[in-house]
Write a protein that binds this ligand. Structure first.
Ligand code: GDP
Ligand code: IMO
Ligand code: MG
Length: 436
């Protein structure tokens, strides 16, 4: 019953779309397990670029069943336009399945997300403005709408009608316009009609696939450091991108996961507010951002850029039980000399090697760097580790040592084929080196 979880080890945008697409060739099903259309996953095949927000990154292969699991929050308007975009580009979307239990992002969730951010002003989270927090909030508060509610007018009217007065009152206090019940019901019913053929009990779809012995990939969105529990709260998203989220949001049990592939890039980026100890505010950072096209896929916002931080890497490997790693975007470091790697923090004069759970402590963390000699040649064409410049190999080895698990795939460009496959070592968890 092979199930592989693909999880971001940083603050999102590590290249999970590329990783999922690369591995998807060999699997039968790809399942998104959390997040919503705040995600922006890019897949590049030949000259074609696909930017996916809700549909799993395996959709480009004809043989794959793409599943949006119960843990995802779905804005049906985004989903419908994505399905139309894919169909318009010749991709068969008939095999896209959407959990009947996935929660629906309504227009009032989007309006509340944006209005609350405006009110927070200097303290804003820097959300994507897609209504993610309010949708998950209503789910936890048990006043949310689920996809199956869009299929029944009486249920839909009752559920929206129950939530709407409070939403409108809150919106009014934030200076925003109210929503009308009838218009929301019509909108929801239209979505339901359109998406009806895709709705399914996805837990059984996934369970049946695993029972048949099919290989299932579970594609995370965001990353470990944006996790509601493990990230630097409150500068996080409202779901659990960590591998455990694949169980609750994808409909599998912990013992059904036999591989957790962590995805990271050779430097760090972060969109939105919150502590970022290795952030580069200088020319080096601007250069990496420009070469790496570090602009938000969903929002178009420039991404903050910094050196790779091994302190949260060790944490991410532990909380996800990462068994192997794909390292992306090492080509972007070509031409930089030296390359710096954060190995510990200085917090109030103390050397700290553990990722602090306290955002307050993290805000005071000063990075302690190790330096690596760089390489100047472009490496987009390299297809074997042995052909990488020696200094690039040293850097990869250092990252691997900090992670304590093998880096099995190294990506040297956005395209599917720009990937180095290392000898596939056994996917066993090696404990990281003990911390001082
Ligand atoms: P995701 O959200 O984790 O799927 O990542 P995004 O798609 O938001 O951002 C990653 C960006 O880097 C995309 O534009 C990818 O096409 C691109 N990318 C992925 N791997 C590589 C790589 O190895 N080298 C380069 N130059 N670009 C890459
Ligand atoms: P992918 O899947 C990077 C960030 C936002 C903000 C915080 C909360 O492409 O890696 P939200 O809208 O979720 O309430 O915003 O999370 N964020 C992401 N950053 N990549 C993403 O997705 C993100 N999704 C949300 O910038 O800091
Ligand atoms: Mg992204």
């Amino acid at each position: 019953m092979p199930a592989t979880v693909i999880v971001g080890l940083q603050w999102g945008d590590e290249g999970k779309g590329k990783t999922t697409d690369f591995l998807a060739e060999q699997v039968a099903m790809v399942v998104r397990y959390q997040g919503g259309d705040n995600a922006g996953h890019t897949v590049v095949t030949g000259d074609e670029v696909f930017k996916l927000h809700l549909v799993p990154s395996g959709v480009l292969y004809r043989h794959i069943t793409s599943v949006i699991g119960n843990g995802v929050v779905v804005n049906p308007a985004t989903l419908i336009s994505e399905l139309d975009m894919l169909a318009g580009r010749g991709i068969d979307v008939a095999r896209v399945r959407v959990s009947r239990s996935a929660h629906v992002t309504m227009p009032y969730h989007v309006a509340l997300d944006r209005a609350m951010e405006r009110r927070l002003d200097g303290a804003k989270v820097g959300t994507t403005g897609r209504g993610i927090g309010p949708t998950y909030g209503d789910r936890a508060w048990r006043i949310g709408l689920r996809m199956e509610d869009l299929l029944d007018e009486a249920v839909l009217r009752e559920r929206i009608g129950r939530a709407l007065p409070d939403k409108n009152q809150l919106l009014a206090s934030l200076g925003e316009a109210a929503f009308e019940l009838d218009r929301l019901v019509d909108l929801g019913l239209g979505w339901g009609q359109r998406l009806r053929p895709h709705l399914d009990d996805t837990t059984w779809l996934v369970q049946d696939a695993l029972r048949r012995g099919d290989h299932v990939l579970l594609e995370g969105a965001q990353g470990t450091l944006l996790d509601l529990d493990h990230g630097s709260y409150p500068y996080v998203t409202s779901s659990n991108p960590v591998a455990g989220g694949a169980c609750t949001g994808g409909g599998i049990g912990p013992l059904q996961v036999d591989e957790v592939m962590g995805v990271m890039k050779a430097y760090a980026t972060r969109v939105g507010s919150g502590p970022f100890p290795t952030e580069l505010l200088d020319e080096i950072g601007r250069g990496i951002a420009a070469r790496g096209h570090e602009v938000g896929t969903t929002t178009g916002r420039p991404r903050r850029v910094g050196w790779f931080d091994a302190v949260p890497l060790r944490y991410a490997v532990a909380v996800n039980s990462v068994s192997s790693i794909m390292l992306n975007k090492i080509d972007i470091l070509s031409g930089l000399d030296p390359i710096r790697l954060c190995v510990a923090y200085d917090i109030d004069g103390r050397r700290v090697e553990h990722w602090p759970s306290s955002a307050i402590e993290l805000a005071r963390a000063q990075p302690v760097f190790e330096e690596f000699a760089g390489w100047s040649e472009p490496i987009h064409g390299v297809r074997s580790l042995a052909d990488l410049p020696e200094n690039a190999r040293r850097y990869v080895t250092a990252l691997e040592d900090h992670a304590g698990v093998p880096i099995v795939l190294v990506s040297v460009g956005p395209e599917r084929t720009q990937t180095i496959e290392r000898a596939w070592r056994p996917m066993r968890h090696r404990p990281a080196a003990p911390l001082a």
